[in-house]
Design a binder for this molecule. Sequence first.
Ligand SMILES: [Ca+2]
Length: 218
Amino acid sequence: MRTQSGSFPSLALRCLATVAIVLWGTSVFAQQCTPVAFEGWEDGLPGGWVGSAGSAAVVVSAGGNPGGYLRAEHSGLVGAQTSDPLWTGDLAAADLTTIELDYLYETADLLQPFVRLRQSGATNGWYYFVASIGVNDGLWHHYDVPVNPIWTDQQATAAGWVDVGPPNVSFAETVADVGIVQLSASAQAGTQALGIDNVAFIPCLFADGFEESPTRTN
Ligand SMILES: [Ca+2]
């Protein structure tokens, strides 16, 4: 009995300690992963996003993922972009690690939907193609695009980013001085529409905690 009565508090304390550690860890992780920028187009306003490459972009109040979304329409490149300070500038300082977004390929299949970061209209920047074909299946498609502000160009390329150039501006320099964020796809069947929703810039802790070392995991 002495052993049982003596061991109970010890076990309870261990459980409480475990719960506390888990809660503490969850809290830290959630705090670090709170988006530094987010747009879900729920208020009917474009939020600094405009049509890109000649696209017409309008906020639609329903049919998003959920609620409102941004609908771009064009032939050729169809999509939207922003130079709003919320989404641009030194994204390395913001510790950006993931760009999240949802695409809806509304009218027909679209080719090579992408995310593009560039310093300005004078630099072609870097593309990340989220798919080879955006299938018109009536469904919203979610994508997580990895970003590491201290990647070398070789590491960024290995992770799926494509340096368009010229001029060739390194991935790290681009992420540290973003002037335009573009979300688009290629419409090859005449005028087509791309839906965009839930765009988020996410900073997160790295698995090893060494944020400044080349051992960052994404
Ligand atoms: Ca929405």
